[in-house]
Design a binder for this molecule. Structure first.
Ligand SMILES: *Cc1c(COP(=O)(O)O)cnc(C)c1O
Length: 274
């Protein structure tokens, strides 16, 4: 974890001003700033334009990757169940590797995926502990043959244990073929993508549905801060919207940006990213 003087100053400002951007109307400046910061970060780490607000995607700052992953899992679940019907939740399958962060297993349980439908695919020294497309294909085909529905695949760019990099393009092609949501977890090593010489590590990101990284790890940002980008914000908003009566005075246009997740941020994280 790397804090910095700029990150500290941003935290002091955000906490001292008590900015509470639950909704755009609660703090337009903080909410707009958050959108600007996630677009900056998107360009800095070299993600495709489809993850920018101007490219039809967008992003949000969460406290942790765990929160971001639960939101993407919920969006993927609802996308799958919209055509299958809610009872099909028992047939949905989530795939990760034996090097993936435990947050995926926990998140899958939280959003109602049966624990027996969480696949931990083995990796080996031969692939540098990266998840291979062949092994995912094998697991997916076996599940499809037994009537299950592949829903979500996690690719990690820089695993927590050994820094392994999964081949995003190859995994993205498998995900596309089987209609799975692809999430790229760059929580730990995502900051390195700022260096052009590491950009290859995320080749194929245009095939992902969502990408996340943690500025609070290597990006000199005080705890806690996670950038989440999604290609189709509407899938997140429809999975997480509740539209309570007491927020109905907010005009429609003004709601769009803040409602990317509607989890309610505790404070203005846009000020904390140096
Ligand atoms: C640290 C880490 C996470 C979890 O991040 P939190 O912000 O603590 O939830 C997820 N994935 C990877 C690869 C990590 O290194």
């Amino acid at each position: 974890m790397n804090a910095s003087t700029a990150g500290f100053a941003g935290e002091m400002l955000a906490t001292g001003l008590n900015v509470v951007p639950f909704a755009w109307a609660a703090s337009p400046a903080a909410t707009e700033l958050e959108g600007v910061v996630v677009d900056w970060m998107c360009k800095l780490v070299g993600l495709p334009d489809r993850f920018l607000f101007s490219g039809g995607g967008g992003g949000v700052l969460h406290g942790s990757t765990c929160e971001a992953v639960v939101c993407t899992l919920a969006a993927a679940r609802d996308r799958a169940l919209s055509s299958l019907g809610h009872e099909a939740i028992l047939r949905l399958v989530v795939y990760a590797s034996d090097q993936s962060h435990s947050t995926f297993q926990k998140g899958a349980r939280i959003i109602g995926i049966p624990p027996c439908n969480f696949r931990v695919i083995p990796t080996s020294v031969a692939s540098g502990y990266g998840l291979t497309a062949d092994s995912v294909r094998g697991a997916v085909e076996a599940d499809v043959a037994s009537g299950l529905v592949p829903m979500y695949l996690c690719a990690t760019v820089g695993t927590t244990g050994v820094g392994a990099v999964d081949l995003v393009r190859d995994l993205g092609e498998v995900a596309r073929r089987h209609g799975m949501w692809l999430h790229v977890d760059a929580a730990y090593a995502g900051s390195a993508l700022i260096c052009p010489e590491f950009r290859d590590c995320i080749d194929g990101a245009e095939l992902a549905d969502s990408v996340s990284m943690n500025p609070h790890k290597w990006f000199l940002t005080n705890m806690d801060c996670c950038c989440l980008w999604v290609a189709s914000p509407a899938l997140l908003t429809s999975a997480l919207s509740s539209n309570p009566e007491y927020l109905n005075n907010v005009s429609e246009g003004a709601q769009i940006r803040w409602s990317t997740t509607r989890t309610g941020r505790s404070h203005c994280r846009g000020l904390s990213v140096p």
